[in-house]
Design a protein around this ligand. Structure first.
Ligand code: G3P
Ligand code: CA
Length: 275
């Protein structure tokens, strides 16, 4: 959705409404707007990519939840980070080689604590229906090269719910796979697109300019962020969201760098008032 967000994402130093104040952080005596994005849900507090983690993020008043979308053997879009289920469930195998019925039969919560036993791998439908309108949704297409046609399927689910319109209920799609994001931009021209990277090679002026032809967000690992990078991204009318914050120091650093959003396992590090 190139240019549609122009002027919206720049750090704000104006008078905030009470709602906006809930998400503002103070730096150098000025208030500025920074979105908190609960990474895989509030993954510091509940098992990642489960309803427990997403509900916790909403309870903590995060601005967005971040989800990782993949596909089962029989075509169901599911929410899980790794391309295998080994780390985050009591089963094993590749996501793409297991049917939805098989994926759902495993426990996706007890690896983090017995109190989370019974959590299941959610579906993309479930997440859209449960959270759209309640909290923004940052949708990551995880390893889309493994799932030919997944872009069309994601686009269809959004269109069915009217979530493909400009500024509509804070839906953003991102990936490390740039070709996939070009495709999403052509399928869903009004939905903001982000490119994810942890490679310094993607921060040259030339690379950023190419991203800006189809992306609205440049989303680097926080270890790559400098004030100069933030300024160059903004000068191309893109926003910058950075990840993955797991310490107060990292959150404070990114606030100081003037990024537009902080993707974190701990939403309270971005805005302690949401505790
Ligand atoms: O949203 C950014 C972040 O999720 C990218 O890394 O590995 O946690 O999906 P990863
Ligand atoms: Ca992710």
């Amino acid at each position: 959705m190139k240019n549609a967000l122009l002027g919206v994402g720049v750090a704000l130093t104006v008078v905030f409404s009470p709602f906006q104040q809930a998400n503002a952080a103070e730096t150098n005596g000025e208030l500025k707007q920074v979105d908190s994005v609960a990474h895989r849900g509030a993954a510091g507090y509940a098992p990642e990519n489960t309803i427990a983690a997403f509900d916790k993020a909403v309870e903590m008043k995060a601005d967005y939840i971040e989800i990782d979308v993949q596909r089962s053997k029989d075509g169901e879009l599911v929410i899980i980070h790794d391309t295998t289920i080994n780390r985050t469930t009591d089963g094993s195998g590749n996501v793409k080689d297991l049917t939805f019925h098989q994926l759902r039969s495993f426990d996706a919560g007890s690896w983090m604590g017995e109190e989370f036993s019974g959590e299941k791998i959610p579906t993309f439908d479930e997440i859209l229906d449960r959270y759209h309108g309640k909290v923004g949704i940052l949708i990551e297409l995880k390893a889309p090269e493994l799932y030919p046609g997944i872009e069309e399927e994601v686009a269809e689910e959004l269109k069915e719910r009217n979530l493909d319109k400009p500024q509509n209920e804070k839906i953003i799609i991102q990936s490390f796979n740039f070709e996939s994001m070009k495709k999403i931009n052509s399928l869903l021209p009004k939905v903001p697109v982000g490119v994810l990277t942890s490679s310094i090679a993607d921060t040259t002026d030339e690379a950023l300019k190419e991203f800006s032809t189809y992306a609205d967000y440049f989303n680097p690992s926080y270890r790559m962020v400098t004030k100069n990078l933030v300024n160059r991204v903004h000068s191309l009318d893109m926003k910058i969201s950075s990840w993955t914050v797991r310490s107060q120091e990292a959150a404070d650093f990114l606030l100081e760098m003037d990024v537009d959003a902080i993707i974190t396992d701990y939403p309270d590090y971005v805005d302690p008032r949401t505790e």
